[in-house]
Design a protein around this ligand. Structure first.
Ligand code: THU
Length: 140
């Protein structure tokens, strides 16, 4: 699966976003090391706080199906009912959720843009440096 194909999967995921409050539709596509893709969209709530981001939807779908080895995630976001995309970096909570299951030095984050030439690529550590993860709990 190429990065462009993974961004395309995120675009398909974005079509399912439930965003009656922000109107900001986000899609994520999480690639496992075995080559499977889990799609996620943001799912909002009238009480606001229970809203789930696209990235976490994808992670929770995968983990609940027994997948915990991840290679990369593609994320796209922009106004609902529009093809226009804004660069959509993962929020702090989603960064921490991704951190739980990945090596931040190697797990890749791909931020899709309307113009594919403006796609941004990084590893999780770039957006979550000096992070807290499971190995910091090994005193338990
Ligand atoms: N959102 C995501 O789905 N992912 C992010 O990383 C940033 C924010 C969603 C949450 C909410 O539904 C909307 O975008 C506006 O914050």
């Amino acid at each position: 699966m190429t990065d462009d194909e993974l961004v395309n999967e995120a675009m398909l995921a974005r079509k399912m976003a439930y965003v009656p409050y922000s109107h900001h539709a986000v899609g994520a596509a999480l690639l496992t090391k075995s080559g499977k893709v889990y799609r996620g969209c943001n799912i909002e709530n009238a009480a606001f706080t229970p809203t789930n981001c696209a990235e976490r939807t994808a992670v929770f779908k995968a983990v609940s199906e027994g997948e915990k080895d991840f290679e990369a995630i593609a994320i796209v976001g922009g106004p609902v009912n529009s093809e226009k995309l804004h660069i959509c970096p993962p929020c702090g909570v989603c960064r921490q959720v991704l951190r739980e299951f990945t090596n931040p030095k190697t797990f890749r984050v791909i931020l899709g843009a309307t113009d594919p030439a403006e796609t941004k690529k990084m590893v999780l550590e770039d957006v979550l440096p000096y992070s807290f993860g499971p190995e910091n709990m090994d005193f338990v």
